[in-house]
Design a protein around this ligand. Structure first.
Ligand SMILES: [Zn+2]
Length: 281
């Protein structure tokens, strides 16, 4: 439903055509919030849809607080590096790019000029950025990819944990998110005998210490040495060296709130700047 441009439902697929039309015509600066996630193995305890489920919760919360419409055009992302584990469904790079380009093109045709994108899977990063660049070029729309806040206490805790333990996939950080947002899909009991599953040259472990003076150098050497397919460096599909059972859903809720707040502030501020003439049809 949308009346005088004010939505009370935010998923594109839940709106009627007249409701969508009312929103495009009467909302002063309509914004579409697009999520990008993945369907891929997430260790023994997290659902395959972890990243897309996270994207779904995030974009909906942002849309609700900014009178925006949210849409996740597809469930899979770009995850060929996870294919060694069963259950992963990846789109090829061209497919994923085409899905998002087609989505933006259609919504641009219907009069939307502002898009905000949110990525929830590291493997998508390059395609995610390329989408924004190409959509702007080809469809004459503004595409934003806000990122932040990175200077809060909690942001520093997250960044340090990621650096120190390579907690980027199915470790405590993602487990906290799943326990906060969809606890019914998490199977913590599968971690009963958890131990670090990373398989690397022992020397490379030493390169994971962010307190080293030469960390900038050695961490890049480590990255350069990681195999392309993750079954070759993790036996369980979990990357980090820290224990996912230390997950803290309350900490995640606080970080989620910070990140949603950043997107909301971004959109509200952005809407105070009129669409430049260069973007007008
Ligand atoms: Zn993930």
């Amino acid at each position: 439903m949308s009346e005088n441009g004010k939505l009370n439902k935010f998923w594109l697929w839940e709106l009627t055509r007249p409701a969508f039309e009312d929103w495009v015509e009467n909302e002063s600066e309509p914004v579409i919030v697009l999520g990008m996630g993945a369907i891929e193995q997430h260790g023994p305890h997290l659902p395959l849809g972890m990243d897309s489920l996270g994207a779904k919760h995030f974009v909906h919360e942002v849309a609700k607080r900014t009178n925006s419409v949210c849409f996740n055009p597809c469930w899979p992302g770009y995850s060929p590096h996870h294919m060694g584990f069963r259950g992963t469904v990846t789109f090829k790079e061209d497919t994923l790019l085409a899905v998002y380009m087609d989505t933006i093109e259609c919504l641009a045709d219907h009069g939307v000029k502002r898009f905000v994108m949110s990525n929830h899977h590291g493997g998508n990063s390059d395609i995610f950025s390329l989408t924004a660049r190409l959509a702007k070029q080809y469809f004459n729309v503004m595409v934003a990819q806000p990122s932040g806040p990175s200077n809060t206490e909690l942001a520093k805790v997250y960044a340090d944990r990621q650096k120190r333990h390579w907690d980027v996939h199915s470790g405590p950080t993602e487990t906290s998110g799943a326990l906060a947002l969809f606890p019914e899909l998490v199977e913590m009991w599968r971690l009963e005998n958890w131990e670090p599953a990373l398989k690397m040259d022992p020397k490379l472990y030493e390169f994971m210490d962010p307190d080293r003076e030469d960390f900038e150098l050695v961490s890049q050497v480590r990255n350069a040495t990681m195999p392309p397919v993750n079954i070759d460096f993790t036996s369980t599909g979990v990357y980090g060296t820290n224990d996912p059972r230390t997950a803290d859903p309350d900490e995640f809720r606080a970080r989620f709130e910070e990140r949603v707040g950043f997107f909301v502030d971004f959109i509200n501020l952005w809407k105070t700047i009129p669409v430049p003439d260069a973007f007008k049809d």
